[in-house]
Design a protein around this ligand. Structure first.
Ligand SMILES: Cc1cc2nc3c(=O)[nH]c(=O)nc-3n(C[C@H](O)[C@H](O)[C@H](O)COP(=O)(O)O)c2cc1C
Length: 150
């Protein structure tokens, strides 16, 4: 069975909410997933998993959520060759049209630079996350299906 880790960073709880839905979807697809807040996660533990899912909101103007900043920097030092990965996050295109969900793109780029393979289009959730939980669950399910199909 593949082992997945989902690491999220969330200031006011929106990414955390989406994480729960993604987790639900993964479990429906029989993916064993450990879920961690990035505050308590270490880059070293990524090597213990086959699949790495990162969830991060965008703050400032196109910046990573605060707790993710040092984690992303630490990732520079590691290789994730052979790992599969996916990224999601909430943002607000109305107020921040030029930097909508930039954190998602920053993390995808970092994962690719570490050698990981992005296996699914990122999930960018615009505005209020509550109506988008079903979409997040389906995205998690889809990851499980992609993993099953090799
Ligand atoms: C000060 C501030 C700056 C923000 N900057 C951006 C931004 O550059 N791009 C974006 O898409 N969303 C931006 N947002 C919207 C947040 O990403 C959004 O509210 C998100 O749902 C917060 O998720 P969290 O609770 O998981 O941190 C910003 C919000 C605030 C309050």
């Amino acid at each position: 069975m593949v082992k997945a880790i989902l690491i999220y960073g969330s200031t006011i709880g929106n990414t955390e909410t989406l994480s729960k839905s993604v987790e639900e979807g993964l479990k429906i697809s029989d993916v064993e997933v450990a879920v961690k807040n990035v505050e308590t996660a270490s880059v070293d533990e990524l090597k213990d998993y086959d699949v790495i899912i990162l969830g991060c909101s965008t703050w400032g103007e196109g910046e990573l959520q605060d707790d993710f900043v040092s984690f992303e920097e630490e990732m520079e030092k590691i290789s994730l060759n052979g790992k599969k990965a996916a990224v999601f996050g909430p943002g607000d295109s109305e107020t921040y049209p030029d930097t909508f969900c930039d954190a998602v793109d920053i993390l995808e780029k970092r994962l690719r630079n570490c050698g990981a393979e992005i296996i699914v289009d990122s999930l960018k959730v615009d505005g209020d996350v509550d109506p988008k939980c079903e979409e997040a669950k389906n995205w998690g399910k889809k990851i499980g299906e992609i993993l099953k199909n090799g």
